[in-house]
Design a protein around this ligand. Structure first.
Ligand code: NAP
Length: 480
């Protein structure tokens, strides 16, 4: 059994005042690791180490940062099997998801490496004769990243790769449900030759180190991925010091299926979006709004897809539905389903659990009066909603406080254009799933799903400060 220590200032350290936590495999219940959790003194050490690395790393040339990220990508790929096994064991990810996440993370490191040479400024119109006027981008300073359990590797890498690439030392607080994966990122960077203090990984409980890290004046930006409720509380805290924040939050992602689109193909797209990683996906397709004429055939096709998914041991190659990582999550899911069924929804399949496994579930006849129409589930449950026509579908789509990702299935170009522009989401995909991510595309939400955009140059913009710089090279007369 592995023991994981904290990674601070380029060294593996025992915690000084936190607990050593037992880390259990959610599928087998076995103790898989013991993890040093950071206490207040450890958080202070991480802050000091990151702060001390600021000057050297902030002035490192782009090619130095680029090489580090490329080497980290190589190490990650070389360790892909080991990291995949860790992901399966710690997070209950099925093999296809774990492998995809590891390789996807190596890809993100390469994209971030490429961005290092593209942090450009601009020469501006002078405001006076004899003036050189520029917009330049400078590193921000220490960035704090707080990440959730569901995609514990790629969501952290999407933050720290760009921040480090932009010249910002980084402190990662991974979820206490997946601390070993967070620390494995430090192992990858250490093997890649990371200078001390540039990346510090401190798993810890938010009630112990959360406020302390967020409030510290040495932290110049907090980049958070997680639930909207927690995101809001962190944004409010950070606002007291006018600290920069980026918020990648929850979603209740609609997919509109118009009558011209084939029900079978629509069910394929919906099943992937709804059930990938047991629905523990921020962009999960959780409200499927179907136009009347194809409603019944779509429901039948989706039920067939759901019932064909293998539920079981995440290590097995053909398993699609692994365990839920949060113990007793089934109680919350059962509650949402009971509320919907009590108000007239149909439970077409699923709705049952065994230990940490929850069967893929399809509800029909879901309406805005039901909790599940509005609340995130974060489990393998999707709701089918009946729409009279395209405009009614749009109204149902936007009747939600979240606005992360949305999809629209239609071959009618006019409707595709007109509806997609009016769908309230940070990401809209026509004829594809809501669960789409791209390394260079701007990823993020609107409304209660947050603000800020991650990916490629958008991340680089977020992790740098834009500064107006002028040089008066000829004598200038002042007004008085
Ligand atoms: P969560 O409960 O919000 O926790 C996320 C992280 O925040 C954890 O590391 C948690 O640590 C930490 N945290 C909680 N309170 C904090 C505080 N006051 N100060 C500092 N850190 C604090 O989310 P989750 O249950 O792990 O993940 C599921 C949620 O993430 C869903 O809502 C999902 O939609 C969202 N998500 C969004 C995206 C996106 O890109 N938009 C991607 C993935 C997931 P503790 O456990 O110690 O509190």
């Amino acid at each position: 059994m592995r023991e994981y220590k904290l990674y601070i200032g380029g060294a593996w350290q025992d915690n000084t005042d936190g607990e050593v936590m037992d880390d259990f495999n959610p599928a087998t219940g076995e103790l898989m690791a013991r993890v040093h959790m950071a206490g207040a003194a450890d958080a202070e050490k991480a802050l000091a180490a990151a702060h001390a690395a600021r000057a050297v790393w902030g002035s490192a040339q782009p090619d130095v940062r680029e090489r580090l990220l490329l080497r980290a990508a190589d190490v990650m790929e070389a360790r892909a099997e080991e990291l995949t096994e860790l992901m399966i064991a710690e997070s209950g990810s099925a093999r296809y998801k774990a492998r995809g996440e590891v390789l996807g993370s190596a890809g993100v490191l390469r994209v971030a490496a490429g961005e290092c040479r593209r942090v450009h400024g601009e020469v501006l119109q002078p405001t006076a004769a004899g003036q050189v006027s520029m917009a330049v981008r400078a590193p921000l300073g220490v960035v704090l990243g707080i990440t959730p359990f569901n995609y514990p590797l790629i969501l952290a890498v999407k933050k720290l790769a760009y921040a480090i690439g932009a010249g910002d030392p980084f402190i990662l607080k991974p979820s206490p449900l997946t601390p070993a994966i967070g620390l494995a990122i430090a192992e990858v960077f250490e093997a890649a030759g990371l200078p001390a203090g540039v990346l510090n990984v401190v798993p810890g409980r938010s009630e112990v180190i959360g406020d302390l890290l967020v409030d510290d004046p040495r932290v110049k930006m907090v980049t958070f991925t997680g639930s909207s409720a927690v995101g809001r509380s962190i944004a409010v805290r950070a606002a007291r010091d006018l600290k920069k924040v980026a918020m990648e939050l929850g979603g209740k992602n609609p997919m509109i299926v118009l009558a011209d689109y084939g029900a079978e193909k629509a069910a394929d797209i919906a099943a992937y979006g709804a059930f990938c990683h047991q629905g523990q996906v921020c962009m999960a397709t959780s409200r499927i709004i179907v136009e009347e004429p194809v409603y019944e055939t779509f429901c039948a096709a989706l039920v067939r897809r759901a019932e064909g998914l293998k539920v079981g041991d995440p290590r097995e190659e053909d398993t699609i539905i692994g365990p839920l990582i949060q113990p007793n999550k089934w109680e919350f899911i059962d509650g949402q389903i009971a509320d919907a069924v009590g108000k007239g929804a149909g439970l077409l399949t699923g709705g049952r659990h065994e230990g940490p496994w929850y069967w893929p579930t399809v509800l029909s006849g879901v309406t805005p009066e039901m909790r599940i129409f509005h609340e995130e589930t974060f489990g393998p449950v999707t709701s089918v909603v009946r729409a009279r026509d395209a405009e009614h579908a749009l109204a149902l789509c936007n009747d939600n406080e979240y606005g992360l990702s949305a999809a629209l299935l239609t071959h009618d170009l006019e409707k595709a254009w007109s509806l997609s522009l009016r769908m309230e989401a940070g990401m809209v995909h026509v004829n594809d799933t809501t669960f789409l991510s791209g390394t260079t595309a701007p990823s993020g939400g609107v409304k209660f799903s947050g603000f800020g955009r991650e990916g490629g140059r958008y991340s680089m913009e977020d992790f740098t400060e834009l500064k107006w710089l002028t040089m008066q090279v000829e004598d200038k007369k002042m007004p008085f």
